[in-house]
Design a protein around this ligand. Structure first.
Ligand code: ZN
Length: 74
């Protein structure tokens, strides 16, 4: 599976090999009319650290407490 996004890294990312417990939020900021989130993940193929930039598509109430504990990822 391939996704459409701009990238300068040689490896294609797949959600199948990306784990929330290995990711961390780098920044949350505004860009124009959008709320943006930068997330750092480890490339499954070469273990380089990559920065993903995401546009917030929705904001809803959540029942989880922060910071997340390890059990959340089970
Ligand atoms: Zn890589």
């Amino acid at each position: 599976m391939t996704y459409e996004y701009a990238r300068d890294h040689e490896h294609e990312l797949s959600a199948e090999f990306l784990y929330p417990s290995d990711a961390d939020v780098l920044d949350i900021y505004e860009s124009g009319e959008s709320l943006m989130v930068d997330v750092a993940v480890i490339c499954p193929e070469c273990s380089d650290t990559l920065a993903l930039t995401a546009t917030v598509g929705s904001v809803t109430e959540s029942t989880v407490d922060l910071p997340l504990d390890e059990e959340y990822y089970d």
